[in-house]
Structure formats: C-alpha cells, structure tokens
Design a protein around this ligand. Structure first.
Ligand code: CU
Length: 131
C-alpha cells in the first residue's frame, strides 16, 4: 500500500510536468504559424473496393495519415510488417491514424486481403530542410 501511494504521487507529479511542458509547446507553435501548419497536417487514405486509395503517398515528417474505411460491407486493417504495427479490424465508416515522425519508406498491407493486392506505401520525407 505504501509503495502504491508513492507511485501515485510520482505519477501525479509527472502528469503535472507533462501538462506544463505541453502548455509551453503550444505557446511556441502559436509564434511560429508555418511550423504549426506542417506539423498538424492530416492526409486521408480511403479503403475502397479492396484497395488503398491512393496506394502510394508521400508526406512530410510530422504528418498524420488517416485511413478511412468507406466500403459498404468489407472490413480491413492496416499492418506494417517491419514494425509489427497493426490497426486492428476497421469496419465501414471506421478510421485509424498514424503520425509519421521519421523519414523513411513504410510499406503496409491489409492482412485479410494482402493476397488480393491490398497493399500500400507511405514515403515520409523531411520538410523543414526544404524551406
Ligand atoms: Cu482488406
């Protein structure tokens, strides 16, 4: 019990620190509107007719990709084999997001439909150096 109480106190302090840091970061972004724009970007990929649309997508670092299942019946998932990151099953009208913080090529597929060619790739490129 003693240990648990101490843990909770530590957790509370950490949370407070995170909140304070988060508040400071938000203020920074407001001063730099260009940066806030690129970092908060969301790009959508539709899952339709057992395909990802678009199949290939290039985004800048910090972009969030949102996969949306727009099928009438079929459910799909998103699976990145190299990192073993999986969305779990997405039913029609459901969506899943992933934010890409590092440059690279991210290949993924839908596990139930990989053999039918339901595959995609996200290329994440640096954004800040280009400006
Ligand atoms: Cu699928």
């Amino acid at each position: 019990m003693q240990t648990r109480k101490r843990l909770l106190t530590t957790l509370g302090t950490s949370l407070l620190a995170i909140l304070l840091t988060g508040g400071a970061a938000q203020a920074d972004n407001e001063n730099d509107s260009d940066k806030a724009e690129t970092e908060g970007k969301v790009v959508e990929i539709e899952m339709v007719n057992n395909r990802f649309e678009p199949e290939e997508l290039e985004v800048t670092v910090g972009t969030t990709v949102r996969w949306v299942n727009v099928e009438r019946r079929s459910n799909h998932d998103i699976y990145f084999p190299e990192e073993e990151i999986a969305s779990g099953r997405l039913f029609p009208e459901e969506s899943w997001e992933r934010t890409f913080e590092e440059e690279g090529t991210y290949e993924y597929y839908c596990q139930p439909h990989e053999n039918r060619g339901m595959v995609g790739v996200i290329r994440v490129v640096g954004g800040e150096e280009d400006n």
